[in-house]
Ligand binder design. Structure first.
Ligand code: SF4
Ligand code: SF4
Length: 565
């Protein structure tokens, strides 16, 4: 309309020739698509009304204004074509169609055109003027937020030397009040468009509804937009968030993976936990027991001396300071102290021996990698544990660390870098695939099962490893690998991340129960996993759902071991 106005009244030739015709065609198509999109949005918000979508009080006004602007634009185009008998009207198909409907109104074209022209222009002007206070602001803020997104590894947290910070009198850590937020975090809170995609995939929301990442961001916004700096919790009559909320997060990153504005929900959760744990000592009782064990014994499970009790003497070489190996096999605390997980290590040891590679373990010198403290918000214990462990690791030599725990994998590979270590860490699925492709192991025995692979969050969404475990499983004779409804980056969390291995927070069904029902619905008789936490959570869920006779759960190492022996 503006271009035609400039051409007709000011004789300024801006668009002409094939360029103008192409633009007319594209503008018509874009306008029609936009109208369809707005109608779908209206139907979704006010007819279907999914509970995950945020509806603000005056949203309807915005949708009506957008619809009016687009429709009035097409009416203006239709009137122009009807009156001028535009020879190029075929390049404005929607306007051409409307011109046929509007042709009986040609005698009134002038006043009608004036009415729609001024109302169209006024609506556009009002929309632009009110943009800073409306949802449409995200047209500008969203690209800026995406441009300044965190380019570091997934789940990364700001790392400050806690020992030095603790020397200061006004020591403070984590998010306690709104003044602790960075400008980017404020922006993240502001650019949420309330689309609800995060809520649709959140295991905590799906299993009980207590935590919704969408509502969480919206509640943060209410706290941030109060006058002055406000505390996030217990803000003396002002707006605040429920302090229990943050403990329900599984740190699975399902929310941020689907969030169109790339908001880092997990970073908010963990930094808020840091504030509660380190500054207030306020955390779930089971979680505080795990942290106390880490502080006194170096791991959340038991005495360090009992770490290797389950291994037969001389079963595996234990590295002493100054010694060297090709592969350092990292067992992880869960495997070392929990009998039901030791099967994974026993099978990995069998595979490594069969392949003839040079490998060893750290024995009692292996501490916790630090992950539970990091995720439960005790950065002090985390940093202390990492420094102690690095000191021990640096006394031995190796080429690669192999671990079957994606949580250890994430911390050793990514977090240890922030302490200056550059370790070559592989998940056992990566290494098993390497052994297979170099013919160091051969999968001979058939495995006639309907197997479905459950993607662990810390391996899939955190590291992007989706295909290697599937490739290994597909290489096993007679295996029938089938997919659940949710797989790859869309996979559902087992519910064990975010410290939930140590906290039993009951709220509705358990996320693992939703997952095993999905496996049952596709008639799988085996769930293959690549994570010790997933193994535990899904095994528990099979029992609570009385599915343990129908479906079993195994780590991929155990399945591979059965096929090569
Ligand atoms: S990280 Fe997972 S559990 Fe936490 S809010 Fe996001 S989707 Fe929910
Ligand atoms: S997916 Fe992102 S933009 Fe959409 S509601 Fe959740 S946090 Fe907001």
């Amino acid at each position: 309309t503006t271009v035609v106005f400039l051409e007709a009244d000011f004789k300024i030739k801006i668009f002409h020739g094939w360029f103008y015709l192409l633009l007319s065609l594209l503008a018509d198509i874009a306008g029609a698509v936009a109208i369809a999109g707005i109608l779908i949005a209206i139907i979704r918000r006010w007819v279907i009304k999914p509970p995950t979508i945020e509806r603000r009080k005056y949203d309807w006004l915005l949708y009506l204004a957008l619809l009016f602007i687009l429709l009035s634009g097409f009416i203006l185009e239709g009137l122009r074509i009807a009156v001028t008998e535009d020879p190029w009207a075929n390049f404005s198909p929607v306007g051409l169609g409307l011109s046929k409907i509007l042709s009986p109104l040609i005698p009134y074209a002038k006043p009608l055109h004036a009415f729609f022209w001024w109302s169209h222009l006024s609506a556009v002007a009002v929309l632009i003027a009110t943009m800073p206070w409306s949802r449409l602001l995200h047209i500008f803020t969203l690209p800026v937020g995406v441009f300044f997104r965190n380019l570091s590894f997934k789940g990364s947290l700001p790392r400050l030397d806690i020992e030095k910070l603790m020397e200061k009198e006004d020591f403070s850590y984590g998010l306690i009040e709104t003044s602790n937020l960075t400008w980017k975090q404020r922006m993240d809170i502001d650019i949420c468009i309330g689309c609800g995609r995060c809520e649709e995939v959140c295991p905590s929301a799906l299993s009980g509804g207590f935590l919704s990442p969408r509502k969480f961001i919206s509640e943060l916004k209410s706290v941030v937009t109060q006058n002055g700096s406000s505390k996030f919790f217990d803000s003396n009559g002002g707006k605040s968030i429920d302090k229990n909320l943050i403990w329900y997060c599984r740190t699975c990153h399902a929310c941020s993976t689907v969030c169109p504005t790339m908001i880092e929900h997990v970073r908010f959760m963990v930094e808020l936990r840091q504030g509660r744990t380190m500054m207030e000592g306020d955390l779930p009782v089971d979680a505080s027991r795990a942290l106390e064990s880490m502080r006194t014994r170096g791991n959340p499970w038991g005495p360090q001396m009992e770490r290797m009790e389950w291994l037969k003497p001389n079963e595996v070489r234990v590295l002493s300071p100054g010694e060297k190996t090709d592969i350092l096999y990292w067992l992880g605390c869960c495997t070392s102290y929990d009998q039901t997980k030791q099967k994974i290590a026993v099978n990995m040891v069998k595979i490594l021996k069969k392949s003839g590679v040079d490998f060893a373990i750290l024995g009692d010198e292996e501490l916790c990698c630090g992950d539970p403290a990091r995720i439960l918000g005790d950065e002090s214990i985390f940093q202390e544990t990492v420094k102690k462990q690095l000191d021990k690791i640096q006394k031995v030599s190796f080429n690669k660390i192999i671990t079957h725990c994606p949580h250890c994998y994430h911390v050793l590979k990514n977090e240890y870098k922030t302490f200056g270590a550059n370790l070559n860490v592989l998940h056992h699925s990566e290494y098993l695939y390497e052994l297979l492709s170099t013919n160091k192991i051969t999968l001979k025995n058939s495995y006639p099962h309907r197997v479905t692979y459950h993607d662990p969050c810390y391996l899939g969404r955190y590291q992007g490893i989706y295909e290697l475990p599937r490739k290994i499983l597909r290489a096993i004779p007679e295996i029938n690998l089938i997919e659940m409804n949710h797989h790859h980056s869309n996979s559902l969390c087992c519910g064990g991340g975010g410290g939930h291995y140590w906290m039993d927070l009951k709220n509705g069904v358990r996320p693992g129960e939703i997952r095993v029902e999905e496996a049952s619905s596709i008639n799988a008789d085996m769930i293959a996993v690549g994570c010790v936490y997933c193994l535990q959570m899904l095994d528990d869920a099979l029992k609570s759902k009385n599915l343990e006779e129908k479906i079993h759960v195994e780590d991929i190492a155990s399945i591979v071991a059965e096929s090569i022996m």
